[in-house]
Write a protein that binds this ligand. Sequence first.
Ligand SMILES: [Zn+2]
Length: 93
Amino acid sequence: MNNVVTCVYCGHEYPEGTPTSQATLLTEHIKTCEKHPMKQLRSALVGVIGVDGREGLEQLEITARTIPAVERDRIAVLNAVHALLDTLPEDKS
Ligand SMILES: [Zn+2]
């Protein structure tokens, strides 16, 4: 039991001797870990802008760029959209 990789956020364990490198395993797990801070931050952000998924986010980006808005608000929306696009759980493109 000295080589088990454990997620520090949810306690998910990977068995010893997994062929894939442990760093890769954790990186992959973090994308789906419900307790990871990034996931929770993401959920909060989705709650704020009310959109998720590549299509919805890209649509919102176009809207934010085209409608008249206070520049500060526009930038805030675009930043949120980009943060969510960068952390999409699965990218099927
Ligand atoms: Zn986890």
